[in-house]
Every structure is written in C-alpha cells, then in structure tokens.
Design a protein around this ligand. Structure first.
Ligand code: ZN
Length: 168
C-alpha cells in the first residue's frame, strides 16, 4: 500500500516501512505533547450535556462536557485519567470539535472510527484526516483502538443524553 503524507516528505513515495517509521516518530511526538499539555482539560460548570466513559481494558476514564449553542458546540472540555493515547485523543478531539455542529462532530467520529479500524492495507491520505491522522498507527494495535476511541464514544453518549459508557 502507498501511504502519502502531506508535508515533510516532498510528495515522494518512499517505501512503506521507512515512511511508517517516520510517521510513528512524528505522530508519537504529537501524541506525547497532547498527553503532557492536554488542550481543553477541565470541567464546564453548567454544561449543556456531559458523559463519563470507561475503558476497563486499559483503565482509562474520561469525562466529556459540552456547551451547545443551538446545534453548535461552543465549548467542549474533558478530564479524567488514562494512558497517553486516551488523553491525547481527548485533547485532539476537543480541539477539533470546538465551533463545529453536532452533525459535523458525528461525521468526524465516523471518519475517526474508520481511520482506527480500517484494514492495514487500505491506502491512507493524511490530508483527508487533518489532526486525526496522528491516530492512523493505532490500527496496528487493536487493544489501543479502545483507548483512542474512548473520548469519541463518550462524546456520542453525551450528545445522546449522557449515559455512562464503557468500551466493553
Ligand atoms: Zn488506554
């Protein structure tokens, strides 16, 4: 499969193995940065909706808080504790979704879900995924898919009325 990356590789097709190593080290830095300095970390007082999510396989616990202005997500925050992938996913997800409509958020969830569960051989164009592309490598690690997806499942639950969700 050919994997294309938008920046830094000059548009040349390099062998997959070499590129994956590069992407992994690049994306690892992004993930570690979001883990260390999570964006939108905290609670919203008087949130329009919220939900708690739990991934018992890894021990990740995430709470999502949303303020809706009509169908626009005017504010979104998260807190909790978890591994670097769960936490960075919450950080990146909240950064992406602020200002988006609920429909757009649901479409992005579909996109994210596809990204982390697609067949390994499927071509992947990082341009299509923006900030979400950092999670492309997660599909190699099935147990980690649940860590990366937890924030999104919890978001969906919050939008649907705030049940406690578990990835099991
Ligand atoms: Zn985890």
């Amino acid at each position: 499969a050919v994997i294309r990356h938008p920046a830094g590789f000059g548009g040349t097709h390099i062998t997959q193995q070499y590129l994956m190593t590069e992407i992994q080290s690049l994306y690892q830095q992004v993930i570690l940065d979001h883990n260390k300095n999570p964006r939108n970390f905290g609670e919203i007082d008087h949130a329009t909706c919220s939900a708690a999510g739990h991934n018992p396989l890894c021990g990740d616990q995430i709470n999502i808080y949303l303020t809706l202005d009509g169908d626009v997500i005017s504010d979104i925050r998260f807190n909790g504790s978890g591994c670097a992938i769960a936490k960075s996913s919450g950080s990146i997800m909240t950064s992406i979704l602020k200002g988006k409509t609920i429909d757009e958020a649901e479409a992005l969830f579909g996109k994210f879900h596809h990204l982390v569960t697609a067949d390994m051989d499927e071509e992947f164009d990082a341009d299509d995924y923006g900030k979400l592309a950092v999670f492309a490598g997660v599909r190699e690690f099935p147990a980690r898919v649940k860590c990366a997806s937890l924030a999104w499942h919890t978001l969906k639950s919050a939008l649907e009325g705030g049940q406690i969700v578990t990835t099991e």
